[in-house]
Design a protein around this ligand. Structure first.
Ligand SMILES: Cc1cc2nc3c(=O)[nH]c(=O)nc-3n(C[C@H](O)[C@H](O)[C@H](O)COP(=O)(O)OP(=O)(O)OC[C@H]3O[C@@H](n4cnc5c(N)ncnc54)[C@H](O)[C@@H]3O)c2cc1C
Ligand code: FES
Length: 279
């Protein structure tokens, strides 16, 4: 069992938890993830390691389905059944020069760890963080404290630049020499934003989020096409060359279980309502 030492809602429907997990904290590197099971009968879900302090790791997630809703309901002091990791290959950290980190929605959660590692490797780091609206924006202060420059965008103009992160990246790409770019967020956002750096061949990474089960390269559920090769995102990634990823296939595979996920969430809500009424 692993103790949750802190649990907070940091933006609308987005939660931060700190988990006491010394074996993960000791080895974790930027870009890696863990697989969590809330209880003994629960499913395994992958979540990015957002930060590490001492023996604790931070996970930031949006409550979208059964397991993330269950995780959001866990209070500080309570336990979860498993946290396996760190999994996946770390981000390719080296001295590039000027790096831009683009985060969309809950994808921003991955950026502070990568930004810190790039700063340690002596890079200039520009952050672009975007959300649908100001109330969904996360980690602004933390990113501001790490990055040399930080731009904020919202789709509805409620904070920062009114528009998409891709618009700011386009402007930077036209006016400055960029040496490496990370784009992490919803799949469609990564697909569209990666086009900005294609022509100038700026090295661009995306972190893929296919359905994962074991996280160790055994089940094949996370398979993706990258540069006409089949890759398993859990062991070959999750970060890949953005200009080589087949995003359409990824989106198609992400939708494979939509109906079952809907039923599972409905049953979870029915169960939690009944349990509350019985108390
Ligand atoms: C490497 C990796 C890192 C991730 N990091 C984060 C993170 O830091 N924060 C965050 O909010 N989300 C992250 N995700 C997505 C997260 O795993 C899903 O939101 C979560 O599994 C949803 O589970 P659920 O039961 O609540 O929802 P469900 O109702 O079961 O599913 C909702 C949607 O989540 C996705 N999903 C469901 N099960 C899985 C699974 N086993 N593996 C991958 N995706 C799944 C599917 O797109 C699905 O349509 C990450 C995914 C991957 C692959
Ligand atoms: S999650 Fe099973 S092979 Fe990647």
């Amino acid at each position: 069992m692993y103790t949750i030492t802190a649990s907070n809602e940091i933006a609308e429907n987005i939660f931060e938890i700190w988990v006491e997990a010394p074996h993960v904290a000791t080895h974790a590197q930027a870009g890696q993830f863990v697989i969590i099971r809330v209880d003994e009968t629960g499913e395994r879900i992958p979540l990015t390691i957002s930060a590490v302090t001492g023996d604790r790791v931070r996970i930031i997630f949006m409550a979208v389905g059964k397991t993330t809703h269950a995780l959001a309901g866990i209070q500080a002091g309570e336990d979860i059944a498993d946290i396996a990791g760190p999994l996946g290959k770390p981000s390719e950290i080296e001295k590039y020069g000027t790096c831009v980190l683009v985060g969309g929605g809950v994808g921003i959660a991955s950026l502070p760890f990568i930004a810190q590692s790039l700063k340690k490797a002596d890079n200039r780091v520009i952050g672009i963080i975007g959300a649908r609206s100001a109330n969904f924006l996360i980690l602004e202060d933390e990113m501001r404290s790490i990055c040399d420059e930080l731009c904020i965008t919202t789709d509805d103009g409620s904070k920062g630049f009114h528009g998409f992160a891709a618009d700011i990246l386009k402007e930077l790409n036209n006016t400055r020499k960029l040496d490496a770019v990370w784009i992490i967020g919803p799949t469609i956002m990564m697909k569209v934003t990666a086009e900005v750096t294609r022509e100038k061949k700026v090295q661009t990474f995306v972190s893929l989020n296919p359905i994962m089960v074991d996280g160790t390269g055994m089940c094949g559920s996370c398979r993706c096409r990258v540069g006409n090769e089949t890759k398993f995102a859990c062991v070959d990634g999750p970060e890949f060359d953005a200009h080589a990823v087949d995003f359409n296939l990824l989106m198609q595979r992400q939708r494979m279980y939509t109906e079952m996920e809907r039923i599972s969430l409905e049953r979870f809500h029915e169960y939690t309502c009944t349990s509350r009424e019985e108390q």
